[in-house]
Write a protein of this length. Structure first.
Length: 75
């Protein structure tokens, strides 16, 4: 397969870690890995979800405060 790749493609694949995928997992990279993307680890996904929940809570509190300032009753 490497012989079929142009030199610049080999350099790009190496920079994207595609060869590391082959070494580490013994498989070709999936499409997302070819684009230079990666899946979040479990810890990263949990942290992102917690951050989203925290942001939603902050927004909800800000909306309630704004409503109270306008004289609206919030239950």
């Amino acid at each position: 397969q490497l012989k079929a790749m142009a030199p610049e493609d080999v350099v790009r694949a190496d920079a994207l870690g595609q060869f590391e995928c082959l070494k580490q997992f013994g498989r070709d990279p999936i499409d997302a890995e070819r684009r230079g993307e990666r899946w979040a680890s479990e810890e990263e996904a949990i942290a992102q979800m917690r951050a989203a929940v925290d942001e939603a809570d902050k927004q909800r509190q800000a909306n309630r405060a704004a409503a109270r300032q306008q004289g609206l009753e919030i239950n």
